[in-house]
Design a protein around this ligand. Structure first.
Ligand code: PGA
Length: 255
């Protein structure tokens, strides 16, 4: 089940950074200036939503948001729906990032509703999954990954997946922002496991269509092997995406 011919997807997850418009503008300019256009890579920038128009005005990168709510519209103070995102020409949304699961108590059921809403509105989900350090130490990582994927995909049809650019990002929580990373073998095993889960739920075609990304302490030194040696289709990058030249260096490794 190799995907060596697919362009590699590099997603920048800026999280709640940077703290001013000016910094967002200068970050996107540095990224843009450091990258040659190439059909071997696909770049998706996920800034805080308030910066979307600024990023759009300053670049032609595909844009994603970091979260959506599952209802289309209405009295849900502070939330942004897939419909709003669609009307802003946003093509992707991160769903179920571990920081939202941790700080905002997002459950697998909420993640599933968000995926349904995104797909209904032609927004491609970037579903985040991954185990905690405790779960890894207690040999529960596989079980956790299976449950997260199965629950997230509950009631999602094969054609919804095939007709979107569905992505699953394996982000072990203990590797996010810590400088710790899994071994190449562990990343390869996670990639195979996720494809196997999707294949069991649907079929091989669906498993091959889904892009699987790795995220967690990616930098320009480890990025290439994390994709090239593991079967992963790309990377979800947090910290290193806030340093424009470092992010551009990572993208250029695949260009
Ligand atoms: P990191 O974050 O690259 O800073 O580890 C990744 C993520 O949380 O998406």
């Amino acid at each position: 089940m190799s995907n060596f011919n697919k362009p590699k997807t590099i997603v920048a997850n800026w999280k709640m950074n940077p703290v001013s418009f000016g910094e967002a503008e200068s970050l996107i300019k540095t990224i843009k200036n450091g990258i040659q256009e190439s059909d071997k890579t696909k770049i998706i920038i996920c800034p805080p939503v308030v910066y979307l128009s600024k990023i759009k005005a300053n670049s032609s990168f595909d844009l994603g948001i970091q979260n959506i709510f599952w209802e289309d519209e209405g009295a849900y103070t502070g939330e942004i729906s897939a419909v709003i995102a669609k009307n802003l020409k946003i093509k992707y949304t991160i769903i179920g990032h571990s920081e939202r699961r941790k700080y905002l108590n997002e459950t697998d059921e909420m993640v599933n509703l968000k995926i349904q809403s995104a797909l209904k509105n032609n927004i491609s989900p970037i579903l985040c999954i991954g185990e905690t350090l405790k779960e890894k130490q207690e040999d529960q990582a596989i079980e956790v990954i299976v449950i997260q994927v199965e629950k997230a995909l509950n009631n999602i049809t094969k054609s919804q997946i095939i007709n979107s650019e569905f992505q699953i990002a394996y982000e072990p929580i203990w590797a996010i922002g810590t400088g710790e990373t899994p071994s190449i073998n562990e990343i390869m095993s996670a990639c195979l496991l996720i494809r196997k889960i999707v294949s069991n739920l649907y079929d091989r075609e669906t498993a091959e269509k889904i892009s699987i990304l790795y995220g967690g302490s990616v930098n320009s030194k480890n990025a290439f092997d994390f994709v090239d040696k593991t079967g992963m289709d790309g990377l979800l990058i947090g910290g290193a995406s806030l340093n424009g030249s470092e992010f551009a260096r990572i993208v250029e490794l695949f260009g």
